[in-house]
Design a protein around this ligand. Sequence first.
Ligand code: 7PM
Length: 272
Amino acid sequence: MNFQCGQYLLQLDRPYIMGIVNVTPDSFSDGGRYTSVDLAVEHALKLVEDGADILDIGGESTRPGAEPVSLEDELNRVIPVIRALAKQIKLPISIDTYKPEVMRLAIEAGADMVNDVQALRMPGALDVVANSQAGVCLMHMQGDPKTMQLEPHYQDVVAEVRAFLNERKQALLASGIAANRIVLDPGFGFGKSRAHNIALLKNLQDLSDLDSPLLVGLSRKSILAAIAGDDQQRLPASLAAAVISAMKGAKILRVHDVKGTLQACKVLAAVQ
Ligand code: 7PM
């Protein structure tokens, strides 16, 4: 199962590590240390050195409760970072956005992949990706980022997430996007209670019969802090989650701590 991602063809024969690069000033995990374009580029280059396979560049926080960022602000943050990185590195660059105009300009600036928490549901988003060679991650979210954690509700969370991802995948195929350009993501923490998140991780394999690679984003999420009982040190629980995800078939791990995740994956690879 390979993944066509712009100019790159990823084999996905092992878990690939997607390093998170936030260009938002209010980034929850990096405490606002990487606010400027220069610092974001510097951070991205460190993640490459640490062994990242893909870089995910985000300029608008899609986190629960976040206020939307204007198109102009988002472009001013991410486009210079993508332009600079595309010149310097030979790894796929992903743009984390749900705005079609950001997708279009990011691809023009050198992005190889679109990571969309809205699964290309914004008007125009499907066309932008269809008119490119970019790979795309379709993520499940219940509700919208401002209110989604207030009252998440499902009859059967795994079946509903699965049905949503399948429906979005079919919409992409119908618009001419090749199957090997699509990866799917259950969207941990996006309109899900603790029990919902655990059910999805436990049953991740139930999503693999959609025949697309799975991407998992659990790194530093509050669900892990809650389970492990430590709000400050989220790395140990994040590494456990990464290994569990990989054992259950995840092909791309979206993480902050690239070096640690790579080492954890090596331990898993040694016994597989
Ligand atoms: C607070 C809570 C801040 C959550 C940031 C976040 C995902 C994503 C994000 C994911 C994909 C974070 C999240 N999470 N994209 N973007 N999958 N595809 O940890 O799980 O960065 S935002």
